[in-house]
Each structure stands twice: as C-alpha cells, then as structure tokens.
Design a protein around this ligand. Structure first.
Ligand SMILES: Cc1ncc(C[n+]2csc(CCOP(=O)(O)OP(=O)(O)O)c2C)c(N)n1
Ligand SMILES: [Mg+2]
Length: 703
C-alpha cells in the first residue's frame, strides 16, 4: 500500500525527549479512551462506539504545529488524539459518549466522536462523510473576508490562520471532497486537508475508491496545492511533514493536502467485525505498524526510556481514563423535555424591521425589482452579507463591467449588485450546488450572512445533503452553540408553458418536512421584498422560494416599500375575505384561487376567505384555525403534486384539531401525481387551474 520512495521519512535530528514522551502520552490516552468506551459499550453504558485507533501519531504530530487559539478544525470521527492534543479532556469525550446533558459538543444529541467545542475552535461535526470539506473551505473564505472587508472584525482573524479538515480515504470518493478541492485551490485558501488513509472504508479497500489507490498521486496536478505523503504511524516523520505543510500554508496562504498512511487495528466500529474481510496476515501486518507500538519502541531505543517508565505511564493514563469515565457516567442525562431546544432561534420581531411599508412613490415594481431592491438595501446595511451562486455576478471579470451591462442572475434578481458592492461580496460559484450551500454553511458558522442562489429548484438536489444534514440541524445538534443563518434563494415552479420536467418543479415539502428550516414563498412583489428582509435578518436558515411565474406579472406589482419594510415571520395574509369557505394556499396558486373566489362569489354569492400562507414552515396555524372555525369548510390548494403534499398536512391538522367545526370534509386541489410536461396541453392538465379550484370550492360548499 505504501510505495517506498514516495513516502517521507523523518530526516531531522530527533526531537526532545519530553516532546516525544508528551506525544506518546496523548496517543496512549486516546487509545485507552477507546478501550474504555468499548468496555462501556459492552456493558450497555454507552450506545455506540467508533475508535481512532491507529490514527494517533499523525494527529498528535499535527496538533503540535497548530493552535486552537488561532487555527480552526473541521474534524471527523477518528480524530480523538487530535482533539485531546488540542485540549479536550477525556472527561469531555466521555460526556459525549454517554450522551450527557453537559456534553460539550452536542448535549446528548449526537453519537460519540463528533468533537465540537467552540473554546478549542472545533466546529460542529456531523456524520455524512465529506460534508466537512466544503464547510472548511467556506469557513476559510469567511476568515479572509472578515479580515479584509468587515471593518468591525479587524483583529479577530489571525493573518496566518490554518483551517484543518480531515477525512478518510474512502471519503475522497465523495463529490464534495472534489468540489472543496476545486475552490480551495482556485481561491488559494489556507486549508489543510489531511487524508487519514487506513486503507479501508468499512470493508471497501482503497483501490476501489480511486484509480491507482493513492489520493496524493491523484491530486498532484491541482494548481496551487501543496501535496505531501507520509507514514502517519511514524510520529517523527509526521511531525516533520505536518510542520512543513502548516508552515507552507502560513507563509503562502494556499492549501495543502497531506496524505497520511495510517492503520485501523480495530474494526471500523463496534458494529463491524474486520475479520470478515481482512486476512489474519493483513491484520498482523497492521499490528506491526501500530503507532503506539512504534512510538513506544522509539522511546525505548532512541531516548532510553525504560520499560518500567512506560509501564508507570500506562498505569497513570489508565487511572486517569477510568476516573474520567466514572465521572461522566454520573453526569445527568438530558431532560426529556429539552428535545425541542434550539431547533429554531428565538424569534426576534424587533430585529426584522417595520411591518408597515413606507412608499416613497407609487411606481409599480415587479417581484424581481423588489427582491433586488431588498438585497441592495440589506447589503448596504450589513457588510457581512455575501451573495453567490451560478451566474449571479454581473461579470466574473470585473474589468469588463465598463463595457457590458452585466448578467446578474438568469432571472436578474442579483443584477447590479456586483457593480454596486464589488466582487468580494457578489461572485459566481462553480456550477456545483453542494459547493454553494456547503461553503455558505462554513461562512455562516463564522458569522457571515450568505444569501445564495440556487439557479432552479429542479437542480437543488446535489445540495440537499448540506441542507438536510447540515444547515437545518447545526443549531440543534450543537446544543445552541452554533448557528447557521444562511438564506438560500430558489427560483421554482411551473405555469411557464414550456418549462418541462426540469424547469417547473415545486418540491416545497422536501424542505418544510425538515425541522430547523424556515421556508418562505411570497406570492406578490411587496411580500417578496418584506419577506426577504425578514429572512435575511433572521437567525435561522431560510429556504426562500421564488416562483418564476410570479417574477414579472403585472397583477402582483407594488411600489418600493422602503429599506425597513419586513413581513413578520410566520404570518399569513388574507387576500380575499369571506365567511363561507376557507381556502388555504400560497405561491402561484394564490392568484388563481383569488380568481376562482371572485367567480364563485359572482355566480353564487358564496364568499371565500382566501389565505395566502406566505411562510410555509413554520406556518400560521392560528390564521387557518380562526378562519375554519368561522366558515366550517376548508379547501387547500397548491401547485405541487397532491399525494404526500403540503395540503395533506394542513387537511390532516384541520381534521384533527377542528373536526367539531367542520360541515364538510377538507378538500385538496393540487397537481396530478406526475412530473410537469413540456407540451402546454399536458402542463395545463397536470397543474391545477382556476377551473379546478372553482370546482373544488363548489364541491366543498355544496357538501
Ligand atoms: C455520506 C455517507 N455515506 C455513508 C456513510 C456510512 N459510513 C460511515 S463511515 C464510512 C466509511 C468511511 O471510510 P473512510 O473515509 O475511509 O474513513 P475511515 O472510517 O476509514 O477512517 C461509511 C461508509 C456516511 N456516514 N456518510
Ligand atoms: Mg479509511
């Protein structure tokens, strides 16, 4: 696996005995914490166990070059020795393992080995392999931005900081790893990527992961990337190579990748048995390379440390580990009712702005105009806002701006922002959706306010991992230690005559189903302006759905409402008032429901209450309930497919909580359970039209 000649050996004179002994002690603590956890798991006192065995030497060596006061760390689950070397205590690690309320990383929410701790600059890790890579890149970008652009942040970011991100060999197969490498190199970011290559991803050997089986060989051609390969079980060699890599980043500012060959002498986790796929000979060879064995031998042979001294150290460490575990076991579990804490930030209406518009003139503006106006106002007010995505800049090469009008987004929502605020604040991303959201997560962790664009909802899916598993739950799973208030603007929806299956998707329920996200969908220009402002000033992540068909309609235009107009979070709006029937809707079906309600009133005198929800999660249940109590009849209308849709939730809740008020079953009008077709005749049939809504209304009122 390790090719002779390429892998660096230590060439410096040996290090002082005290330093090697201290490194060995940390490695030993890490291993004994693993052993203790394994014992506790077998006793059912911890509930999951994954080890860092075999990875200790390179981690401890790295930590000796890094500083938790100025550098930052995006770790992964095997980094036990690293975090111990940085200052986490065995007690704190055991608190995580037992799921104690006092656990520093997640307060009982995450499995063990998700080593987050603000005090030590350990950012909050998750479990999907590879998501940390783009976050580290965004975090490093944010550091540079804070240092160079944000006046109030001067002095908060070290000039020569390093952002560590580690991962396993198997994880290099994830697209996000390559997307991260792309931007780290392109933007020359101070990211130290450490691939801890133990030859396996659970049972899958590294040569299945990549052609040639060597990540360092594969990335050699990346511009601006310094690449190192080292035997990560050799403490001295690791110390030397990590020293060079860190010094290089501090000096040059650019990224480095260290490919460290390590071993995994234990199985992947306690849920795995490596004897099922590793031969006895292979396991024996790994045991020979065990960094603990080798560092102990080094201490004995090169530093004259006696067996008795090593044995005394072993006893001391074991006692320390046992004592820490006992203390953690006695620490209280989280109170059951704490489950709901930190799913959302406390709502702060005072921060959002004024719910009353202040019109300067009465010139009607489109939704695109007023979204753009909101972005301009907010960017002028807050220099932590950055805007990026595909095609959002006016021109990536800003020297062209004197000659061209500028692109500013395929729908022009961001037009002119780069020209006004500069390329540091408004820029194009690569054509990679996970890259956009993953970097935004990293930036938001550092206190920036990214307002990013996903060009079409139809293409948001590569970013879904970052949205579902990162953006939405960082506050909750870090016990409120971290927040991730990104706004993701997403053009969506059909009724385009020709949008077809890949430019017409709705899909709001794939976001409303996720706790921790706020989901917005304005139906007119004024709301779009005031809701985007609230979204930007809110401390939670927001999925901001912009219906493409509503972008430039004349029926929903409004004058510019001033720079402080904000629609209160979670508040619906009644767009037609009536006492005979409640219609709950949002987005592009609002205008259709209004037309249907007018026809119903004209033709039959029946008056509908049409509620535009505006905010889809959390949504305004009070507005719905008040209306249904009054009308006794309810219809839910939406553009997305009917089955398992948003209407199913609303209808179920009305049935559950308002049954005694109902005079008719709750009805839904929605798209057919199909994809949206290109041919206009098909699209018209698939999506709900005014006539469908009118028929639904009639059915409910005549029941
Ligand atoms: C996206 C994702 N897919 C699958 C898993 C399940 N899983 C957890 S660890 C792991 C193997 C990772 O291997 P590697 O990157 O080599 O790291 P190692 O465990 O060997 O240190 C897998 C498949 C996961 N956590 N995330
Ligand atoms: Mg591996």
């Amino acid at each position: 696996m390790i090719e002779e000649g390429r892998v660096r050996k230590a060439t410096t004179p040996s290090l002082p005995k005290e330093q090697v002994l201290a490194a060995y002690r940390t490695m030993l603590v890490a291993r004994r914490v693993d052993d203790k956890e394994i014992q506790l798991k077998q006793q059912n006192l911890v509930f999951f166990q994954i080890n860092g065995a075999g990875h200790e030497a390179v981690q401890v060596a790295a930590a000796q070059h890094l500083d938790p006061g100025r550098d930052w760390f995006f770790t992964y689950y095997r980094d036990r020795a690293l975090v111990l070397a940085l200052g986490m205590t065995p007690y704190e690690i055991f608190l995580g393992a037992v799921g104690a309320a006092a656990g520093p990383d997640s307060k009982g929410r995450q499995m063990p080995n998700h080593f987050g701790q603000k005090r030590l600059h350990l950012t909050p890790p998750s479990s999907p392999t590879g998501t940390q890579c783009l976050q580290a890149v965004g975090f490093a970008e944010a550091g540079r931005y804070l240092r160079e652009v944000v006046a109030g942040a001067v002095g908060q970011v070290a000039e020569d900081e390093v952002v560590w991100v580690s991962l396993g060999d198997g994880t290099t197969s994830e697209g996000e790893f390559w997307e991260a490498l792309n931007t780290a190199c392109n933007a020359k970011l101070p990211v130290l990527i450490v691939v801890e290559d133990n030859g396996y991803a659970i049972s899958v050997p590294v040569d299945v992961q990549m052609p040639g089986g060597s990540i360092s060989r594969l990335v050699k051609g990346f511009p601006n990337l310094s690449v190192y390969e080292v035997d990560g079980c050799d403490y001295l060699a690791s110390y030397q190579v990590l020293g060079e890599a860190v010094a290089g980043i501090r000096r040059e500012g650019g990224p480095a990748l260290v490919h460290a060959h390590v071993v995994r002498p234990y199985s992947h986790s306690l849920s795995d048995d490596e004897r099922l796929y590793k031969t006895a000979a292979e396991r024996e060879a790994e045991a020979q390379r065990d960094p603990l064995v080798r560092t102990a031998a080094l201490l004995r042979e090169a530093y004259g440390v006696s067996d008795e001294e090593l044995e005394a150290l072993e006893h001391e460490v074991q006692a320390e580990v046992n004592e820490a575990a006992q203390r953690a076991l006695a620490s209280p579990q989280p109170a059951p009712e704490s489950w709901a804490e930190n799913i959302y930030a406390p709502a702060d209406p005072a921060a959002w702005g004024s719910p009353v518009p202040s019109f300067a003139d009465d010139a009607p503006k489109t939704m695109v105009d007023l979204l753009n106006a909101c972005l301009r106002d907010e960017m002028a007010r807050n220099d932590r806002i950055v805007v990026f995505g595909e095609d959002v800049a006016d021109a990536s090469d800003e020297r062209k701006l004197s000659e061209v009008k500028g692109k500013g987004g395929v729908f022009k929502v961001t037009h002119g922002l780069q020209r006004q605020f500069g390329s540091r604040r408004v820029f194009n991303s690569p054509l990679a959706e996970a890259n956009i959201v993953g970097r935004a997560v990293g930036m938001a962790l550092r206190g920036l306010k990214p307002v990013v664009e996903i060009q079409f909802l139809d293409y948001i899916w590569p970013a879904y991992q970052q949205i579902r598993n990162e953006l939405a739950n960082i506050r909750w799973r870090s016990g409120g230690e971290w927040a991730c208030p990104v706004v993701v603007r997403v053009p969506c929806g059909g009724y385009l005559k020709g949008g077809g299956p890949y430019h017409s998707q709705s899909g709001e329920i794939l976001f409303t189903h996720i706790p921790g996200l706020r989901v917005a969908m304005p139906a007119n220009a004024l709301d779009a302006n005031g809701m985007l402002r609230t979204a930007i000033r809110c401390d939670d992540p927001v999925i901001f759905l912009e219906h493409k068909h509503l972008y430039r309609q004349t029926h929903n235009k409004a004058p510019y409402p001033g720079p402080d107009f904000a629609v209160p979070m979670g508040k619906a709006s009644t767009v037609v008032a009536g006492d005979d029937l409640t219609v709950v809707t949002y987005g592009a079906t609002v205008v259709r429901a209004v037309q249907a309600a007018r026809r119903l009133a004209d033709e039959t005198g029946v008056k509908a209450d049409v509620i535009d929800l505006r905010w889809l999660a959390p949504y305004d249940w009070e507005a719905i309930a008040e209306s249904v109590r009054r009308t006794g009849r309810a219809l839910v209308v939406h553009e997305d497919t009917r089955s398992f849709g948003f209407g199913a939730e609303i209808a179920a809740r009305i049935a559950e909580e308002l049954f005694v008020y109902l005079d008719a079953p709750v009805k839904r009008v929605a798209a057919k359970d199909s994809f949206v077709a290109y041919a206009p005749s098909l699209e018209e049939t698939i999506l709900p039209q005014v006539a469908d809504i009118l028929a639904g209304m009639r059915e409910v009122v005549t029941f």
